[in-house]
Design a protein around this ligand. Structure first.
Ligand SMILES: NC(=O)c1ccc[n+]([C@@H]2O[C@H](COP(=O)([O-])OP(=O)(O)OC[C@H]3O[C@@H](n4cnc5c(N)ncnc54)[C@H](OP(=O)(O)O)[C@@H]3O)[C@@H](O)[C@H]2O)c1
Length: 256
């Protein structure tokens, strides 16, 4: 299948490591011109090297995606170097210290909601005019099973991830007529540094997560990147407002 990604400009938010890095490499391999955004330039440079090693083109653009002025500056650089992005993959996420909601300081609540919901909505908003002009757009937001089942100590994160479903569906409904699709790829756990930090080296915790999957494996970043890249592609033009689980079956009831 031809994915039709050659020459398309893609912005990967959260491209410094983990899933975002895998998505950037996969998009670059398919010929997309990839803008890499996160705050840490050194990590973005590593991703850019990986994209180039895979034969792709990438530009590292460090920015805090919750900072409106930084986003404006980053989009200026991206448009000048690669052109206006018509593909957006949102893979950035906050780190949070697990705590029950009544103990979370209001500023921390806002910080998580700001990065995990307001920032992607604002970025989509900024990119829509260029997508409409190009009569082409692909928005893929990385979600979490937390949106469905909650996550202990992560209520704000779960609320934000649930909000991404509404964001994708709203954009899908309003902008489908301009050739723009918007979807969510829902994850359970992905074998990234983020997960390793959360597990704190506990083999028992890792085993518990593995047993929660149907595949008896925690999905790799590359495995989760593949359906994301498909949703960014030309042949995915009829898939919009959808939620696609890349969980290794962790969303299934595998207990009985
Ligand atoms: N890993 C899992 O098990 C898992 C499970 C369910 C869902 N997910 C979702 O999958 C996505 C990717 O997860 P991951 O494990 O790859 O996460 P990760 O390793 O924590 O990477 C997150 C990326 O977002 C960037 N980022 C964080 N805050 C930012 C900000 N204010 N502005 C710009 N960039 C920012 C980080 O770079 P800087 O810190 O340098 O900015 C990093 O590049 C996230 O949306 C996450 O919620 C992951």
């Amino acid at each position: 299948m031809q994915l039709g990604l050659a020459g398309k400009v893609a912005l990967v938010a959260g491209a410094g490591r983990g899933l975002g890095r895998a998505v950037a490499v996969a998009l670059g391999t398919e010929g997309a011109r990839v803008a890499l955004v996160a705050r840490t330039l050194a990590e973005l440079e590593v991703t850019a090297q990986a994209v180039r090693a895979a034969g792709g083109e990438a530009t590292a653009v460090p920015a805090d995606l919750t900072d409106e002025r930084a986003v404006t500056a980053a989009l200026g650089v991206i448009e000048a170097t690669l052109g206006p992005p018509t593909i957006l993959v949102w893979s950035a996420a906050s780190f949070f210290t697990p705590a029950r909601l009544h103990t979370v300081p209001p500023a921390e609540l806002r910080r998580v909601l700001d990065l995990d919901l307001v920032a992607p909505a604002a970025l989509v908003q900024r990119l829509l005019p260029g997508m409409m002009l190009a009569a082409h757009g692909r928005v893929v937001l990385v979600g979490s099973l937390a949106a469905r089942g909650g996550v202990r100590g992560g209520t704000a994160y779960a609320a934000a991830k649930a909000g991404l479903l509404g964001l994708a569906r709203g954009v899908a409904a309003d902008y489908g007529r301009y050739g723009i699709t918007a979807n969510v790829v829902t994850l359970s756990f992905v074998d990234t540094e983020r997960l390793a930090l959360r597990l704190g080296g506990s083999a028992e915790a890792r085993d518990r997560l593995t047993r929660a999957t149907a595949t008896r494996r925690i999905p790799t970043p590359a495995e989760c990147a593949a359906p994301i890249v498909f949703l960014c592609s030309g042949p995915a033009s009829a898939v919009t407002g959808a939620e696609l689980e890349a969980t290794g079956g962790a969303h299934l009831n595998t207990l009985v």
